[in-house]
Design a protein around this ligand. Structure first.
Ligand code: ZN
Length: 297
């Protein structure tokens, strides 16, 4: 729709070669860890050795087939579920009339009382488009977050990663999922849609309709990752479904308002060949940093 618009092996984490986003402001070797993280609670490096390969492979797999019809979407769900399972999480199906979301709730490890954090992206496409950017890109970022979280030993809140069905036909999946939760039980909902186009090379992302608190969280994460961000008021995608029901929700996207968004949206040309993998990696790091800030001390 959108009309207006880690299992990072411990030995491989944080080693040589990590933290090299000098250009964007992240000092070489800088850790995303909080300086007062308890012993044994170190976060994984954002520069996970698997990140780029996983994003690329998953995007090619998802965008290898359209995800419009019921059968096509079921095939995509099978793939997404298998990925979540491979990181150690238990994929669940959320049925609603007409469709089915896939999600996994990654529990807190610290017995804390932190409210749930929801991170989601729609996996469906319009007919006739492979949907590499819209929205295999957001889907693979959500999968990457799920994998990062497998390597976060100290989590003080549950995180639900969810792949929404039927965004393109009217936010049906996200609206149905929002009805499964109460705003009072959820700290934040982050949705990710179209994050693999950066033709002007400025690495800028847009934050769609964030509250002041969420905007501050994302700006802090953007500083760690070294990317510029702009706040917009764009609606029309999954975060709107949650905000309509009173949740603290916002979206991440490429420069949709800023005029640097994929010209192939909803077209046959939205293929893996036309996405910007460097930018997609930045989207994953930025989103993961937000979630790590929220769940890991
Ligand atoms: Zn989309």
């Amino acid at each position: 729709m959108r009309v207006a618009l880690a299992l990072c092996a411990l030995a491989a984490c944080g080693g040589p070669g990590s933290g090299s986003e000098v250009d964007g402001g992240l000092v070489d070797g800088q850790s995303p860890d909080s300086p007062d993280a308890p012993p044994g609670c170190a976060r994984p490096s954002l520069d996970a050795p698997w990140l780029r390969g996983q994003l690329t492979t998953n995007l090619a797999q998802l965008a290898g087939a359209p995800r419009s019809t019921a059968t096509q979407r079921a095939t995509a769900r099978t793939f997404l579920s298998a990925q979540l399972m491979s990181y150690g999480w238990t994929p669940m199906r959320h049925d609603y009339p007409g469709g089915q979301n896939v999600y996994a709730t990654i529990p807190a490890t610290m017995g804390g009382t932190g409210k749930e954090i929801i991170v989601g992206a729609h996996f469906d496409t319009v007919a006739g488009s492979p949907g590499a950017n819209d929205n295999a890109s957001g889907s693979v970022v959500v999968l990457a977050i799920a994998r990062y979280l497998a390597d976060v030993p100290c989590r003080n809140a549950p995180v639900t990663v969810v792949l929404f069905d039927q965004e393109e036909t009217g936010l049906f999946g996200s609206r149905a999922f929002a009805q499964q939760r109460l705003p009072a039980d959820v700290r934040a909902v982050h949705t990710i849609d179209q994050v693999a186009w950066d033709n002007d090379g400025d690495r800028r992302f847009e934050l769609e309709a964030p509250s002041a608190a969420l905007e501050a969280e994302w700006r802090a994460a953007a500083q760690v990752v070294g990317v510029p961000v702009t706040k917009t008021t764009t609606q029309g995608t999954d975060h709107e479904a949650f905000r309509d029901r009173g949740f603290s929700a916002m979206g991440l996207t490429e420069e949709y308002v800023g005029g640097d968004t994929s010209p192939f949206r909803h077209q046959a040309g939205d293929t893996p060949a036309t996405v910007n993998v460097d930018y997609l990696v930045l989207a994953a790091k930025l989103s993961a940093q937000v979630v790590l800030q929220e769940v890991a001390p």
